[in-house]
Design a protein around this ligand. Structure first.
Ligand code: AHG
Ligand code: MN
Ligand code: MN
Length: 334
């Protein structure tokens, strides 16, 4: 590898100079890269360190907590809480918002899913981290819950880390969407996917079809339509579903298509959480030219009323998300 290769920190410095990116945000993203390196190492060695399996508790969203959920949450809280830059953190693994005493200086709010896809940890399958940063609204000595309950359209930076066959950090601060692959031999994230654009079309759909019988008839009709390999209206689709939102959305971001997690009778608002899963991913995918909605409402237009609020999600290529919305609202367009 030549030293011409662009490291994550050099990219952040370029963003700071070129777009007058606040240096505080560059420092926070450096911290995110640091936390990602720690998590990549610990997730990779968890089986050898007795860090697999459950802790026995349930988190605020009722999910059973894995040891790696708790560990990942500790890593991200430690990475950001004493930077003097973050006034509050909303995490999937914390019942309440972590309010951080920081005087009036801290300008940022972090919403994070420290470990996404944790059902995959004990089998060595892909998992991820999802994050979004907002600029703080209040000026008191610590952040408030009101600073956290935001509309995704207010995000100033968002992204994810995929711990898979390689560790990839993908983020946007409102301009391009760029991806960095971790080279463990030098401990650096190197620019590997510059200026990602979500293809306008794709031939992949990603959903947990075991819920087919619980979905609205319009969604069942869409799945039948996508699964019709003899259709004269579209080439054959392939179905891919990993159980980790980050891994599935990353595939859709690069190759096109759609991921959807609709509402069911048991979960009328769907399963996925707005603040630290759907909104940050919607920010990234929209910056890359894709779309993200509930099927009826743009994800980034929804203002959160509670930190663990759920919403249905369809995300991916613009044409595919639009087709989903058509099916949901009008039934099959053909
Ligand atoms: P988390 O592990 O952070 O709770 O997220 C799990 C989410 C998402 O990553 C994944 O796509 C989805 O839950 C899987 O849900 P099902 O097992 O119901 O398909
Ligand atoms: Mn998750
Ligand atoms: Mn999680």
């Amino acid at each position: 590898m030549s030293t011409q290769a662009i490291t994550f920190n050099r990219h952040l410095w370029q963003q700071h100079k070129q777009f007058n990116q606040p240096i505080g945000l560059s420092i926070l993203m450096t911290q995110m890269g640091f936390a990602a390196k720690i998590l990549s190492r610990e997730i990779g060695l968890a089986a050898l360190a007795g860090k697999l399996g459950l802790v026995g508790e349930k988190n605020a969203t009722g999910d059973t907590q894995k040891k790696l959920d708790v560990f990942s949450n500790e890593v991200v809280i430690d990475a950001f809480s004493d930077t003097g830059l973050v006034a509050a953190i909303a995490s999937e693994e914390l019942d309440q918002v972590q309010l951080i005493e920081c005087g009036g200086d801290a300008q940022y709010i972090l919403c994070i899913d420290p470990l996404d896809g944790s059902s995959n940890t004990d089998t060595g399958n892909a998992v991820g981290t999802i994050f979004g940063f907002y600029r703080r609204h209040t000026t008191g000595y610590c952040g408030t819950e009101a600073d956290v309950l935001r509309q995704g359209a207010d995000l100033i930076t968002a992204g994810y880390i995929l711990y898979g066959a390689s560790t990839i950090l993908v983020y946007s601060c409102g301009g391009s969407v760029d991806g960095f692959t971790l080279d463990p031999s030098v401990g650096e994230f190197m620019l590997s996917h510059p200026d990602i654009h979500c293809p306008t079309e794709g031939k992949i759909y990603s959903a947990n079809l075991s819920y087919y019988c619980e979905w609205r008839p319009q969604i069942q009709t869409l799945v039948d339509y996508l699964g019709d390999s003899q259709s004269t209206h579209h080439p054959p689709y392939s179905m891919r579903y990993s159980g980790a939102l980050v891994a599935d959305v990353h595939r859709i971001l690069l190759e096109g298509g759609l991921y959807f997690y609709p509402s069911t009778h048991q979960q009328p608002d769907g399963k996925l959480r707005l603040l630290y899963e759907n909104a940050p991913l919607a920010f990234v995918v929209e910056q890359a030219g894709g779309l993200a909605s509930t099927g009826k409402q743009r994800i980034l237009d929804i203002k959160a009323d509670s930190i663990h609020q759920r919403s249905p999600l369809v995300i991916g290529s613009a044409s595919a998300v639009t087709l989903y919305e058509q099916f949901l609202q009008e039934g099959a367009p053909v």
